[in-house]
Design a protein around this ligand. Sequence first.
Ligand code: URA
Length: 237
Amino acid sequence: MDGAPDASSARVAELEAYHRDHVLGCVRCPLSEGRTQVVAGSGSPEARIMFVGEAPGYHEDRTGVPFVGQAGKLLDGLLEGIGLRRDDVFVANVLKCRPPGNRDPQPAEIRACEEHLFRQVGIIRPALICTLGNFATKLLSGRPDGISKVHGCELPLEIGGQPTLLYPLFHPAAALYTRAMLATLEEDFARIPALVARAGEVAGAAPTPVVPEPAAMPAAPPPAARDADPAEQLGLF
Ligand code: URA
């Protein structure tokens, strides 16, 4: 040992410093006024797999940890099904603060917050990024295609100059309401170990540069449609 800091501890320190200096006290948008605390992200900064959800809910806002409510329990079960624990991955959200009443993220909020997510990706440099639901998928893919169309379809990308493989998945909250969706989510999850094993190779193939830019947001469904399905209210499809 020569006492020089290794690359992995440098990554841990860099993420910690970024969160401390730029995320935990962030006042870039009005969501900062209503939050209990910022939910920066949790797990291993050295993880090869990153999961990106939508925004903190009530329990996440209270605890400061992403995915600790019902959807989080389902995420834990899905991870366990492929032999992983939370500490093996890094989990973050598009928004770091809870929108009032758990409403959908607004375009201005996504724009204000997206640099935090892109910086997290740039520091962690995951081989595989699993986006959970529409908001994370559209932001990180830079494409308007909805999750119903693109779930389970891996996409080589370059994010912040770093090749990675994007893997869109249904949001676990959607599977709380729809059993067929749970089966689809389990099937898509089952491919994660093989994908991460060959992620470097695939990610190096033909990356599409993603330049952070104002998010293209889906039009809100009409109120009647939103009332029809609780998962739709969460903007999950
Ligand atoms: N909890 C989170 O942290 N993110 C979500 O998208 C949903 C629940």
